[in-house]
Design a protein around this ligand. Sequence first.
Ligand SMILES: Cc1ncc(COP(=O)(O)O)c(C=O)c1O
Length: 314
Amino acid sequence: MSRSTLVRSRSEAVLSLVGNTPLVPLHFEAERLTIYAKCEIFNPSGSIKDRFAKCVLVDAEQRGALRPDSIIVECSSGNTGIALSMIGATLGYPVRILMSASASEERRQLIRQLGAELVLFDSGGKYQTGIEMSRAMAANDARIFLPRQFENSINAADHEHCTGQEILRQMPGPIDAFVTGFGTGGTLAGCGRAIKRRWPAARIIAMEPAEQALLAGECPCCHFIEGVADGFIPPLLRDAPLDGEVKITSAEAMAMTRRLHREFGLLVGTSSGANVSAALRLAQDLGPRATVVTLLCDRAERYFSTALFAAPEN
Ligand SMILES: Cc1ncc(COP(=O)(O)O)c(C=O)c1O
């Protein structure tokens, strides 16, 4: 068996685990409402970003953009870095992740554990610094492959053709609203397009941290909903069929995340709590018969060293 055949059959194990995640109803007794949550926590590295990592690297291999000496370099606050490190490991490529020094310790450990190189930069948490660093590295080294999650249209296209289609199969009736936060905007744009095409009356809504509601035209300041709203409106969101936004405070997001832990036994991260809060608010506005869909984006283990686990009641 050739090396490439061996690597291919080895990588099938992890690649086959990405996507096709379950979608479950969450019954909120106190509110007498049900919302529907797609459990992206079931992806092999524990977040929705496994989808982008798989599609961008498999596509690059097929196009010949990845060669045996290629190095994958990406700026990421965590989940994409972990996902690219995982898929890179199984496909046999070295991975270098550029990460803000403010990202949580457990994210750094997972990236290193997967054998990737971690380059920390201090930028007050701003992504642009890391993106510029990755471009400068690529300009000086022809072996570097940049997945470019913020600009790469394959990001939203994969959500349109995979995640969005899964939701449509799993929710056979009409969908009244779909809501999720945005980092790159790939999930919101891609799933939004798929759902809007099938159900034109569906409302496609962005969850925004109330402290940094850029789409609502409000000025940026810090929030604690990791993984979303990095202080700019990402280019992929331009093609999202958005109908509005719901603002959720960091405190609301954390309170709902703890409810998901303690009432539902769902160990998810803060942005999942924010998404579910936004979905509940929409369900309250649209009425008890409305079908509102959202996503549980990543797992709680990624947040042990953050405010989510540091709260007094923990
Ligand atoms: C932790 C986390 N990762 C990723 C995403 C989706 O990101 P993107 O907009 O890059 O598709 C979200 C969205 O809510 C998120 O909360």
